[in-house]
Design a protein around this ligand. Structure first.
Ligand code: UDP
Ligand code: MG
Length: 322
């Protein structure tokens, strides 16, 4: 019987300390899996690291024939790095893991078990987050709820990128080439059989997070604008509501002027109305700008990433088991 093939895709930026620790754990898991008929491989993607991560990766590849390496020409961001990695997985399933050990590799066999049951998208769902402050937890919580209300695409709560994708899910994902990549949304968009696998998110083994609050805010904007046009509609409704109020108010003013004559007064009211409307208009313009800007980026049709170096698994043979 053919062996099942599984590639673990790991995007890393400045993870020189964490990678060797992770690889030890990962290698053990892959050994166990191969006894179970699954041929495991690892693909490390260096997303423009500046701390010697690439050298660490090369060391790992030298010591383990199952390791393939991909290096991007600069830092393209995690989503692009993952896309680059997944693009290389042309056979078998793929599983996505964070380089910092927050997604425990020991869980991989459970993902594989669900894959064997016929699921195409097995996603890890965080039950607990360790080593993360309350601001991050609270904002993540709020974000998932907002985007679920706004978007028609199902985006499960508290789901990170820790997931297994079957070959056909990978093929589907490869067809989505949009520039602004909100991966959680893209995974949801492709559909197929999906199932959640609850797990405890551990603290980083080394190094520090690359996502500060500002980055997370931008990430949230990305998610919302990529998967919902509700904010645009909101501007329309706000405009309608204000216009309606203004109409009613205009009637009142006219009636008053007719009844009592027009004494010059009402400067405060005028200022309030002008400032309020000005504000509403600017916000609406900004909203349109957000979407327009993304349209512009999309229209440039630039590649999602550029590859600097690509090293397939040792000796170039794709399979050492057959
Ligand atoms: N990462 C990446 N490119 C980036 C930023 C992050 O490949 O520009 C990787 C990083 O090395 C890690 C994963 O994305 O493997 C998650 O990053 P991090 O742990 O900093 O995020 P957090 O877990 O705090 O959300
Ligand atoms: Mg992390």
């Amino acid at each position: 019987m053919d062996q099942e093939l599984l590639t673990v895709v790991i995007a890393a930026r400045d993870e020189a300390e964490a990678l060797p620790l992770l690889h030890l754990r990962l290698a053990r898991v892959l050994d166990d899996l191969s006894a179970d008929g699954v041929q495991g491989r690892v693909l490390y993607v260096d997303d423009g690291s500046r701390d010697g991560t690439w050298d660490v990766m090369r060391g790992l590849a030298n010591g383990d024939r199952r390791v393939a390496l991909l290096r991007l020409s600069r830092n393209f961001g995690k989503e692009a790095a993952l896309t680059a990695g997944l693009d290389q997985v042309t056979e078998g399933a793929a599983i996505i893991l964070d380089a910092d050990g927050q997604d425990p590799p020991e869980l991989i066999p459970r993902f594989v078990a669900l894959w064997r049951e016929g699921y195409d998208d097995v996603y890890g769902m965080r039950e607990q987050r360790e080593g993360e402050g309350w601001i991050k937890r609270a904002s993540a919580h709020a974000f998932y709820r907002v985007i679920q209300r706004l978007s028609k695409t199902p985006i499960p709560t508290d789901t990170g990128d820790f997931r297994l994708l079957s070959p056909r899910a990978l093929a589907a994902l490869r067809q989505l080439r949009e520039r602004h990549r909100f991966m959680k949304g893209l995974f949801g968009w492709i559909g197929y059989n999906r199932i959640a696998l609850p797990y405890r998110r551990e603290a980083r083994v080394a190094g520090r997070t690359k996502f500060n609050l500002w980055k997370l805010w931008n990430f949230a904007l990305e998610g919302i604008t990529s998967f919902s046009t509700a904010p645009l509609r909101l501007a329309t409704y706000a405009g309608l509501a204000v216009a309606l109020l203004a109409f009613v108010y205009a009637l009142v003013i006219v009636a008053k002027a007719l009844l009592y004559g027009d004494r010059v007064a009402g400067w405060p009211t005028m200022m309030v109305v002008i400032l309020f409307l000005g504000g509403v208009q600017l916000v609406a313009l900004g909203l349109i700008g957000e979407y327009l800007g993304r349209l512009y980026e999309e229209s440039k049709q630039r590649p999602l990433y550029l590859v600097d170096d690509w090293r397939p698994t040792a000796s170039g043979v794709s399979s050492d088991a057959s």
